[in-house]
Design a protein around this ligand. Structure first.
Ligand SMILES: Cc1cc2nc3c(=O)[nH]c(=O)nc-3n(C[C@H](O)[C@H](O)[C@H](O)COP(=O)(O)O)c2cc1C
Length: 171
């Protein structure tokens, strides 16, 4: 006989690792959020806190850690892009979430119509005008108004669940 699984529990004051593990039960896609800094250099970081927010007006949001180097440029830029990654872009997700000297030097990209860096071969790309920035604890909530969206219909999404990259699989 096997024991019944025991649910783990977080309460105020518990180890934050337990809260992270609980939040990690929410499976997400993976994005790279990009902009140009005030000197025109491309900036970007991997983010899975992306959410669609409104259809009319067309809004989306992404949460950026205040401690992230990209937080300053992203909160100052007039435009930013959310690049939704496909399975073949796992290397880009790793590049944009780790200490890589020149993230854009090892990733194929181009400037989009709104002057934002767009990663080539992404599953979808949302080019946005910055609409609002809200405080959210140790993160900023960056709200963008979608000016242009493009997507590929034949590619599979890169997923993230319980701290690991995953792929869709259907029975
Ligand atoms: C799958 C995944 C999702 C992530 N999601 C976010 C996120 O939503 N917001 C965030 O600020 N950092 C997120 N990170 C962490 C940043 O990508 C990481 O801290 C990055 O190095 C920040 O770069 P920067 O300091 O150059 O801005 C995520 C990392 C991974 C691997």
């Amino acid at each position: 006989m096997t024991d019944a699984p025991v649910a783990r529990e977080y309460r105020t004051g518990s180890d934050p690792r337990t809260l992270r593990d609980a939040l990690g039960c929410f499976a997400t896609g993976v994005t790279v959020v990009t902009c140009l800094d005030s000197e025109g250099h491309p900036v970007g970081l991997t983010a899975n806190s992306f959410t669609s927010l409104s259809l009319d007006p067309p809004l989306l949001l992404v949460c950026v850690a205040k401690a992230a180097a990209s937080a300053g440029p992203l909160s100052e830029a007039e435009h930013f892009a959310v690049n939704v990654l496909q399975t073949g872009q796992q290397p880009a997700s790793i590049t944009f979430s780790t200490r890589v000297e020149d993230r854009f030097g090892c990733t194929a990209w181009a400037l989009g119509e709104h002057g934002v860096p767009v990663l080539m071969d992404s599953l979808s790309v949302f080019e946005c005008a910055r609409r609002a920035i809200h405080e959210g604890g140790d993160h900023y909530i960056l709200v963008g108004e979608v000016k242009k969206a493009t997507f590929e219909s034949g590619l599979d999404p890169l997923l993230y669940f319980r701290g690991r990259y995953r792929r869709l699989h259907f029975d």
